[in-house]
Write a protein of this length. Structure first.
Length: 64
């Protein structure tokens, strides 16, 4: 006897698999995933902010 399957569930699984396959192809084509790109951007912003906080700013009155 054949195994009974739910067609709606199977259709959703196929749609998820197709979307995953497309996403993997896009990730491979563009190099890095969105999460990695966001992580790199966040680290870069944090380091810029850290450097800006430690800059010494002289007032114009003191410079003359």
């Amino acid at each position: 006897m054949a195994k009974v399957i739910n067609l709606r569930t199977r259709r959703k699984q196929n749609a998820r698999n197709a979307a995953r396959k497309t996403g993997d192809a896009n990730a491979a084509r563009h190099g890095i995933s969105k999460i990695e790109r966001q992580t790199i951007d966040a680290e870069t912003e944090k380091s810029k902010r850290h450097i800006d906080l430690h800059k010494i700013v002289k007032k114009e009155d003191e410079a003359e």
